[in-house]
Design a protein around this ligand. Structure first.
Ligand code: R5P
Length: 295
């Protein structure tokens, strides 16, 4: 039997050699359980410490968003170039091939659309997130929204509780209401509230001034959303400035899939996020790719 045979020659105990114990590469995550860390290490590259997440969950509030009308045609060709995909379970099950083997940031909340009043959200069942092998549970908070601040914080809290139970980290997503200013003061408050309530990663927006105050006031990794489509050079500059101000990555949608060269943009963003390239170098990469891969 294997156990008897295995014990006969057991002698390599490495006496005098201290057992290796590694820290964990993401800030604020050193005390998490193994499953949480394993999932985070699938989303964030342990070498660079950073992640390029591709977001295409916009349809859950906006319907067939420009660039996402036919996800099979526009997003699936991009999957290979992303570190992580962020979408709803509906799109995942209907259009995303399980063979893509990318960690999933699952849109865990669902709610009202642009046709009514945004941010009135509910949560899906955790069992379904487990079923689709979610690596992150994305749950939105509407800090400063008098109608929905409380309910969305309750949703985040519930998400963290459920994620803890199954070892799935929570991505707190800060939604900024129409009448709120996206400045460092607001973004650091909203992001900090997410982390205080147990979010393991926070997704927020970049701001032109003092963004380092946002990253420094939050004890967990921050990824930035791209926001509305910008000229490519501006989007690359935003990604560069965010990373250099302490962001751990981007969770970008429209600035990728609405670009005239989505693969070129993804490669360019990757070069900034993982390889420390400048916006100019990244822009050259985007341009080269676009010019050599004309439709
Ligand atoms: C919005 O519905 C989602 O949270 C998006 O995932 C998020 O805003 C990132 O996409 P974009 O870069 O287009 O802002």
């Amino acid at each position: 039997m294997a156990d008897k045979e295995g014990n006969i020659d057991a002698k390599d105990f490495g006496i005098g050699i201290e057992q290796k114990h590694e820290g964990f590469f993401l800030k604020g995550c050193q005390n998490l359980d193994w499953g949480m860390k394993s999932r985070l290490a699938r989303v964030f590259n342990p070498k660079s410490g950073h992640a390029v997440m591709l977001a295409f969950d916009h349809g859950f509030i906006m319907g067939p968003t420009s660039g996402l009308e036919r996800i099979d045609l526009t997003i699936n060709p991009l999957l290979d170039y992303a570190d992580c995909i962020m979408c709803t379970r509906g799109i995942l099950r209907t259009l995303i091939p399980p063979t893509c083997n990318k960690p999933l940031s699952l849109r865990f909340d669902a709610g009202t659309t642009i046709l009514t009043d945004l941010n009135d959200e509910t949560l899906m069942d955790i069992e379904d997130a487990v079923r689709v092998d979610a690596a992150l549970l994305a749950s939105m908070v509407a800090i400063g929204d008098p109608a929905h601040e409380g309910s969305t914080i309750r949703n985040l809290t519930r998400t963290v509780d459920l994620g803890q139970r199954y070892g799935i980290p929570t991505l707190g997503v800060t939604a900024v209401g129409k009448n709120l200013v996206r400045d460092a003061r607001y973004l650091s408050l909203a992001s900090r509230v997410c982390a205080e309530n147990g979010a393991n990663v926070v997704k927020t927006y970049f701001c032109e001034e003092n963004f380092e105050r946002v990253t420094n006031s939050v004890p967990v990794p921050i990824v930035i959303a791209g926001g509305k489509k910008l000229p490519e050079m501006d989007a690359l500059t935003m990604a560069y400035r965010a990373i250099n101000a302490g962001a751990a990555g981007v969770d970008m949608g429209r600035n990728i899939f609405q670009s005239d060269s989505p693969v070129g943009m993804l490669l360019a963003v990757r070069s900034i996020v993982h390889d420390g390239q400048t916006p100019e170098q990244a822009f050259d990469l985007y341009t080269d790719y676009k010019n050599t891969h004309k439709a």
